[in-house]
Design a protein around this ligand. Structure first.
Ligand SMILES: Nc1ncnc2c1ncn2[C@@H]1O[C@H](COP(=O)(O)OP(=O)(O)OP(=O)(O)O)[C@@H](O)[C@H]1O
Ligand SMILES: [Mg+2]
Length: 219
């Protein structure tokens, strides 16, 4: 007798939404990206949080080895490589998922720009939940205008801080375009954020955003 099968291909957007709710805190998400920077031999990681207006945005930039366009394209996949592959002992990655799952836990749209250390030209890719709503697994390939605009925005934000990293050139930049959990919290709870943060333990994440206005890690 022939076996009978059913197609169980998941809805891309729903699967991502579910993955995003697997218990990642903001700190755990940032830690996952910091692991990646360390694995790429970064000596400086610049984390900028822009929470003055919505959408809140976060830049995580590092001066590590960076990625070629082909490497970036692979890195954005779910997973980017088999967990069965042997890795170097220096590589903190194991599952090929962290950058995507940690980012989607915090945002609905994120972009990664990267270039190999020493190169001039960046490549960029964007995962966007609204694109996945169309039912296909695809990401956007950023054009040079989008890349230039995002880099300028990062540099502008960086310059506006007192503790700008002098001479820092990012080779990889992860950009979270929106921190929907925090934004929704503020919209729903029409209370003064500071009062609420300090009087209850619920919006711990918001406290983190404030504390993380500028966090710089030297590895
Ligand atoms: N900041 C970075 N600089 C250079 N390459 C990076 C950077 N971030 C990610 N990558 C590349 O993208 C790949 C995918 O990263 P991702 O975090 O998704 O998975 P992983 O680190 O391999 O495994 P894990 O799921 O355990 O984190 C990495 O293996 C690495 O090759
Ligand atoms: Mg990783």
């Amino acid at each position: 007798m022939n076996a009978v099968y059913e197609d169980v291909t998941p809805s891309p957007a729903d699967l991502i939404r579910s993955i995003a709710e697997q218990g990642y805190t903001l700190q755990a998400s940032l830690a996952d990206l910091i692991d990646n920077s360390i694995s790429a031999n970064a000596t400086a990681i610049d984390i900028l949080v822009c929470a003055e207006r919505e959408p809140f945005q976060v830049f995580i930039a590092d001066n590590g080895n960076g990625m070629s366009e082909e490497e970036l394209s692979v890195a954005m996949r779910l997973p980017s490589q088999s967990p069965l592959n042997q890795r170097s002992t220096h590589d903190l990655g194991r599952f090929g998922l962290g950058m995507k799952t940690a980012s989607f836990a915090q945002t609905r749209r994120f972009t990664v720009l990267s270039k190999k250390v020493g190169d001039q030209r960046y490549s960029g890719r964007t995962w966007d939940l609204s694109l996945l709503e169309q039912g296909e697994w695809k990401i956007a390939v950023n054009n040079s205008d989008e890349i230039t605009k995002l880099l300028s925005k990062y540099k502008e934000e960086s310059r506006s801080r007192d503790n700008e990293l002098e001479g820092f050139e990012p080779n990889t930049l992860v950009f979270w375009d929106g921190l929907h959990k925090f934004e929704e919290f503020i919209t729903i709870e029409t209370v003064d954020v500071h009062t609420y943060v300090y009087n209850t333990n619920k919006p711990l994440h918001m406290t983190c955003v404030k504390q993380l206005q500028r966090a710089i890690c030297y590895c």
